[in-house]
Structure formats: structure tokens, C-alpha cells
Unconditional design. Structure first.
Length: 58
């Protein structure tokens, strides 16, 4: 529907966020990179624990 103000001119519609899809894409990419970084840290910690146990439990 058209929004017409008191002067008879068309009023601008309610502003919708233009970057909504871009923001969701950026958030998704951030989430993926964040999960990969967490997994990398976990694997490094597990590797260090493996090496410590390997040499101490001979």
C-alpha cells in the first residue's frame, strides 16, 4: 500500500535494513571461522597432551 501524507505526497515507506542479508552472511562466515579456530585449538591441546603422555608413560 502507498503511504500518502497530509500534503498529498507519497511518504517514504518504513526503512528496511539493506544490509540484512549481508549481515547474516557475515555472521555465518564469522561463525564458521570461529568454529574452525576453536577446533584447531582443541586439536593442538590434544596433541600436546598426547606428546606429554607418550614420553612420561614409557
Amino acid at each position: 500500500m502507498e503511504n500518502i501524507d497530509q500534503t498529498g505526497q507519497q511518504a517514504p515507506a518504513a526503512p528496511q535494513p539493506e544490509n540484512a542479508s549481508a549481515h547474516k552472511q557475515k555472521e555465518k562466515e564469522f561463525s564458521i571461522t570461529w568454529n574452525l579456530k576453536i577446533l584447531a585449538v582443541i586439536y593442538v591441546i590434544l596433541g600436546v597432551l598426547y606428546l606429554i603422555m607418550k614420553f612420561t608413560l614409557k
